[in-house]
Design a protein around this ligand. Structure first.
Ligand SMILES: CC(C)(COP(=O)(O)OP(=O)(O)OC[C@H]1O[C@@H](n2cnc3c(N)ncnc32)[C@H](O)[C@@H]1OP(=O)(O)O)[C@@H](O)C(=O)NCCC(=O)NCCS
Length: 437
C-alpha cells in the first residue's frame, strides 16, 4: 500500500474515536520518572494534541524521584510505610521545590509554539492552582506520617470552569489545609480522587511498565475490577508500581469512573495508540463488561453508519440514511465495545402481519467469526418473541448460507408479507429467507 493510502486509512479509522472523545474529561497521571526522561517533550506534545481535539484534560504529575534526588544531595532519605513516604520537615521542603520545578517545566513545554514544531499554533493555556484541600494522613499502625496527607476535598467547580474554557489543568501532588499547611499526597491516589470527583470518563495511569500476564508474558488488554483484584491477590511477581496503579484503578472504577487505562509511558505515542485505535496498547479496567449488546440509541447513529458504510459499498447491505436510522432507531440493537459500535442489526415489524424483517445485520470485519453475529441473531429472536411475532424474514444477496446454517429456509417472493413485497428491490434480487419463531 502507498504511504499516503495507509495514512488516509489510519486517519479515517481514528475518526470515530475523535468524535467519541470530544468534550469528555480525561484525568492523566504520570510519575516523576516521566519528567526526568528525555521523551518528556513528546509526551507533553501528545497532551497538547488531546487538548486540541477537544478533550477536557486534567494532568496530575508525580514527584517521587525528584524528592529522592534532593534528599540524596543532603545525604538524607525518607522512610516509607505501605508504599507511602513519611514526609518529615526536610522532605516537605523537597516536595515544595520538586512540585514547583516540575510545574514550571511542563508549563513551559506546553507553551512552546515555534514554527515546524508539533506545538506550532497550539496556543494552550495551562492552569494550576489550589484545587485540592488535604488533611494529615495522621498515625497509622503506630506510624506518624507527619506532612503526608490525604485528599479532603477537590474544588471540582473551579476545575470544571477551567476545562469549560478549554484550558489544560495541571495538578501537583500537594494539598493545602484550611489552616494553611501543605501536605504531600500520593499522585496516583490524587489523580484517582480527582477523576472520581469530576466523574471523568477516563482515568489514565501512565506507569513504568505494561501490565503483563506472568503466565503468557502477554499484555493483559482488559480486565473487570474483579479480575484486577484477583490478579493483585494472586500474582506475586507484580511490580509495586503496577500494583499501586491497579489498586487505584479498582478504587476509581468502583467510585464511578467509567474506564481506567494503565499505559506503559515508555512506549512512544502510547496515549495516542490507546485512545485512537481499535484495540489500544494498554490495559483497560472497568467495573462492567466493556462489550455489551444493547438497544441502539440516537447517539449510536454515527457509529452504525461508520460500521455499515463499507458493507454497503461492497453490496452486502442496502444503503441506510440518517433519517431512516433516526425514525427506526428503536428497531436496532448494537454491540458496543468500549464506546465503539462493532455490530448491529434491526428487527422491523411488518405492519398488518405477524412477521418481522431482520435487516442491517453487520459485524465489523476485525471482530467477525467470534459468534457476535449469532449473539445479535439470538437477541433478535428474543425481541421477536416478546413482540409476539411468528415469522422472521431476511433478504440476502451474499449471506444466504449463514442464515440457512442457523435454521432459516429459502422462501419465495410470494411468501413475503404484502408490505415487504411492495418495497422489494427487484434489481437487487435478494433471496428470501424465512424462519418460524
Ligand atoms: C454475516 C455476519 C454478520 C456474521 O458475523 P460473525 O460475527 O462473523 O458471525 P458468527 O461468528 O456468528 O459466524 C461466523 C461463521 O459464519 C460464516 N460466514 C460469514 N459470512 C458468511 C456468508 N456470507 N455465508 C456463509 N457463511 C458465512 C463464517 O465463515 C463463520 O463460520 P466458520 O467459522 O465455520 O467458518 C458478518 O460476516 C458480516 O457482517 N457480514 C457482512 C454483512 C452481511 O452480509 N450481512 C447480512 C446482510 S443480509
Amino acid at each position: 500500500m502507498h504511504n499516503s493510502d495507509s495514512f488516509v486509512n489510519w486517519f479515517r479509522d481514528s475518526s470515530p474515536y475523535i468524535h467519541a472523545h470530544r468534550n469528555r474529561t480525561f484525568v492523566i497521571y504520570f510519575g516523576g520518572e516521566a519528567v526526568l526522561d528525555e521523551t518528556l517533550n513528546t509526551l507533553v506534545h501528545d497532551f497538547a494534541l488531546l487538548n486540541s481535539l477537544g478533550i477536557r484534560l486534567v494532568l496530575v504529575h508525580g514527584i517521587r524521584p525528584q524528592i529522592d534526588q534532593r534528599l540524596q544531595q543532603q545525604n538524607k532519605h525518607s522512610q516509607f510505610h505501605q508504599q507511602l513516604r513519611i514526609t518529615d520537615d526536610t522532605a516537605l521542603q523537597c516536595v515544595k521545590e520538586s512540585a514547583g520545578l516540575i510545574r514550571v517545566e511542563i508549563e513551559s513545554l506546553l507553551s512552546l509554539g515555534i514554527a515546524n514544531s508539533p506545538m506550532s499554533g497550539a496556543k494552550i493555556r495551562v492552569i494550576s492552582g489550589n484545587f485540592v484541600t488535604a488533611q494529615p494522613l495522621g498515625i497509622l499502625d503506630g506510624i506518624d506520617y507527619q506532612h503526608t496527607g490525604k485528599v479532603r476535598r477537590i474544588d471540582t467547580s473551579a476545575i470544571e470552569q477551567q476545562l469549560d474554557l478549554g484550558h489544560v489543568v495541571l495538578i501537583s501532588p500537594v494539598g493545602y489545609s484550611p489552616s494553611g499547611e501543605l501536605f504531600n499526597l500520593s499522585a496516583e491516589q490524587l489523580a484517582t480522587e480527582i477523576a472520581v470527583a469530576l466523574q471523568a470518563e477516563k482515568l489514565i495511569l501512565m506507569t513504568e511498565q505494561s501490565c503483563l500476564s506472568t503466565e503468557s508474558g502477554q499484555l493483559i488488554a482488559q480486565m473487570t475490577t474483579c479480575e484486577t483484584q484477583y490478579l493483585i491477590d494472586n500474582e506475586t511477581q507484580l511490580a509495586t508500581s503496577t500494583k499501586c496503579a491497579l489498586q487505584s484503578a479498582i478504587h476509581g472504577c468502583q467510585s464511578g469512573v467509567e474506564r481506567v487505562h494503565i499505559l506503559n509511558r515508555k512506549i512512544d505515542g502510547a496515549l495516542l495508540i490507546e485512545l485512537f485505535s481499535r484495540d489500544g496498547i494498554g490495559t483497560l479496567i472497568s467495573s462492567i463488561e466493556f462489550e455489551t449488546l444493547r438497544p441502539a440509541l440516537l447517539s449510536d447513529i454515527p457509529g452504525i453508519l461508520d460500521l455499515i458504510r463499507p458493507l454497503q459499498q461492497q453490496g452486502f447491505l442496502i444503503a441506510r440514511s440518517v433519517e431512516h436510522l433516526e425514525i427506526n432507531i428503536n428497531d436496532y440493537i448494537v454491540i458496543d465495545r468500549d464506546g465503539l459500535i462493532i455490530g448491529c442489526s434491526a428487527l422491523h415489524k411488518i405492519s398488518n402481519s405477524s412477521a418481522g424483517l431482520i435487516a442491517c445485520l453487520a459485524v465489523h470485519p476485525d471482530y467477525q467469526r467470534s459468534a457476535r453475529g449469532n449473539q445479535l441473531l439470538e437477541q433478535l429472536f428474543i425481541d421477536a418473541q416478546q413482540n409476539a411475532l411468528q415469522q422472521l424474514f431476511a433478504l440476502s444477496t451474499q449471506t444466504m448460507h449463514w442464515f440457512k446454517e442457523r435454521g432459516f429456509q429459502e422462501s419465495y417472493f410470494d411468501a413475503l408479507p404484502l408490505a415487504l413485497q411492495e418495497n422489494y428491490n427487484h434489481i437487487r434480487n435478494a433471496k428470501v429467507l424465512k424462519i418460524d419463531v
